[in-house]
Design a protein around this ligand. Structure first.
Ligand code: TEU
Length: 554
């Protein structure tokens, strides 16, 4: 085991004291008035990010794409889609970020390409294609279902065979068993690093290794297709592939402070330790899902009530599981999640309080926090009234599949309202003007009507705003070594309302107390923790107000 010490702002482990900000380019800021966010828009908003204090910007894909999945279907890895701008503008963004002391991390979608990528066009053209083994082809499909409803196989006329796609039919899965595929991906990665970017967020990287037999999968009650997870998640060669990627790519840039983040949906703590163990040289950190599936039943659309006990237990498991080896990423929201204030907080009466509380408990855990655009002002879910208001392929496909299976339309809508990814994709709310300052044109997805109240301009100069709170938390990470390196202990595993933990460090310790409820909470024995300086919060005494959060340092 290699322990990385100390966690300075540069050098090995620099990302331990860093905060990442995720931009979903389509919805962040529109610089040319066509209703779609773009690189110019991002560049015009860098003051906001610098003022907030974030260290790293991760942008969701801006590569040329038919946009079947909003850019997670890439048709050219070495360019920028005209909807977002040009390569020259991306170079300018890199330079401008570096001038401000920030880094740029790009999304790398390498589990699959677009079906319009030249590799797939070639592979599907004939069984004799030189790229015939670059994707997963079979004469007969197995019973797997796609993550986005429907079968995971589509027939290709040119090839007279079926190809595998774990997502939409426009996202064929690359065959990582083929070394030519792996080396083509490594070439792309080096090309971008040579251009000056500072790392990658690797999309669904724990799906790249499949059980090569592609065995039939169990069909769950009420489902039409087999659940392929056991054959594709954290597959047999995934660690080998990531170690190879590290050797072939990152080892060549050892003098640079890069960030290697893997999105590893539905992975376990045990696998997370392997992915992030510095001695194994795979990834710096993983984006796991357990804490954002607390309210899922048998599957994502089977929405269950929030359960504090489950959340606390899963977060603590990752904290303690990666305490002696590896490193956590910390996030609530991203472009695939509904807004956390609506989900685990209260987006009505206690909106500001619950947004601050959620920020506090996330940022003060051990790990690298990720702020998703709009988190910093407490953006909420959108009041969807009809299926026509949804854009996301996952939501639209699920709607049609569920209706065909006989689920009542109102039940489907209830699921979509709570869980749809479109909740996290509505335009960023900069001000109270008609399109929230996002665009001067017609926004591609509706702006949340609550932008008149929830927006950056309204919060920027208010010391009690959610925005000021985020800025304070980011500063605290930069200043307080206990936030970065302190250990983590849960202070209660049974309080029905309170999530409380301690971060102990040689420089002192922090106690974080959070009342996850709209009722007062009696701290009981936890009141002993209310000692030292109150660095976050304003409450006192053994009873916490609804959605109150406090942090003491001693
Ligand atoms: O997400 C991975 C992924 O598995 C999610 O789509 C997840 O299945 C879903 O949100 C929960 O049901 C990544 C990207 O972040 C996402 O935007 C892409 O759609 C997906 O991969 C395919 O590239």
């Amino acid at each position: 085991m290699t322990v990385i010490e100390p966690s300075g702002r540069t050098g090995p482990g620099w990302w331990r004291s860093a905060v990442v900000y995720q931009v979903y380019p389509r919805s962040f800021a529109d610089g040319n008035g066509d209703g779609v966010g773009d690189l110019r828009g991002i560049r015009e908003r860098l003051d906001h990010l610098e003022w907030l204090g974030v260290d790293v910007l991760w942008i969701s894909p801006v590569y040329p794409s038919p946009m079947a999945d909003n850019g997670y279907d890439v048709s050219d890895y070495l360019d920028v889609d005209p909807a977002y701008g040009t390569l020259a503008e991306l170079d300018a963004l890199i330079a401008e970020l570096h001038e401000r002391g920030m880094k740029l991390v790009m999304d790398l979608v390498a589990n699959h390409t677009s079906d319009e990528h030249p590799w797939f066009v070639d592979s599907s053209s004939s069984p004799e294609s030189a790229k015939r083994d670059w994707y997963w082809w079979r004469d007969e499909p197995n019973n797997w279902g796609s993550f986005f409803s429907g079968p995971a196989w589509t027939y290709s006329e040119g090839r007279a065979a079926y190809y595998l796609h774990l997502f939409t039919r426009k996202q064929p899965d690359l065959n990582w068993e083929n070394p030519e595929v792996r080396h083509a991906v490594y070439d792309i990665m080096r090309w971008w690093l040579d251009r000056g970017i500072d790392g990658f967020r690797m999309d669904v990287v724990n799906l790249i290794s499949k059980d090569p037999d592609l065995p039939e999968a169990p069909v769950m009650p009420g489902q039409r297709y087999g659940n392929m997870r056991a054959s594709v998640l954290d597959g047999p060669r995934v660690h080998e592939f990531l170690a190879e990627m590290h050797r072939e790519v990152f080892d060549r840039y050892e003098d640079r402070d890069l960030l290697l983040v893997g999105e590893t949906g539905e992975t376990t703590v045990e696998e997370g330790r392997k992915y992030t163990d510095p001695a194994r040289r795979e990834l710096d950190m993983v984006l796991h899902y357990e804490h954002v599936e607390i309210d899922h039943g048998t599957f994502k659309w089977d929405v269950r009530p929030f359960d504090l006990g489950r959340l606390r237990e899963r977060l603590a498991a990752w904290q303690t599981g990666l305490a002696d080896v590896g490193w956590n990423s910390l996030y609530w929201d991203n472009h695939d999640q509904p807004r956390v204030v609506s989900r685990y907080g209260d987006d009505d009466r206690w909106r500001t309080e619950s947004a601050k509380l959620l920020a506090t408990v996330l940022h003060l855990q051990r790990g690298t926090p990720f702020v998703y655009q709009g988190d910093e002002i407490g953006m909420t879910n959108y009041p969807f009234a009809s299926i026509d208001e949804f854009d996301d392929v996952e939501a639209v496909n699920y709607y049609h599949e569920a209706i065909a299976l006989g689920v009542e339309p109102e039940d489907v809508m209830r699921s979509l309202r709570a869980m749809s990814r479109d909740n996290g994709r509505t335009p960023m709310q900069w001000d109270d003007s008609p399109n929230a300052g996002f665009t001067t044109g017609t926004p591609w997805l509706a702006v949340n009507p609550n932008h008149t109240e929830i927006n950056v301009a309204a919060q920027r100069d208010d010391p009690d705003s959610v925005l000021s709170h985020y800025r304070r938390l980011i500063q605290l990470r930069h200043e307080d070594p206990a936030v970065v390196d302190g250990d983590f202990t849960l202070l209660t595993d049974s309080h029905p309302q309170v999530f409380a933990f301690r971060r102990r460090h040689e420089s002192g310790q922090l106690a974080v107390l959070a009342n996850f409820s709209g009722a007062e909470a009696d701290l009981g024995e936890l009141a002993e923790e209310c000692r030292g300086d109150l660095v976050i919060g304003s409450g006192h005494g053994p009873v916490m107000a609804p959605w109150e959060s406090r942090v003491y340092r001693r």
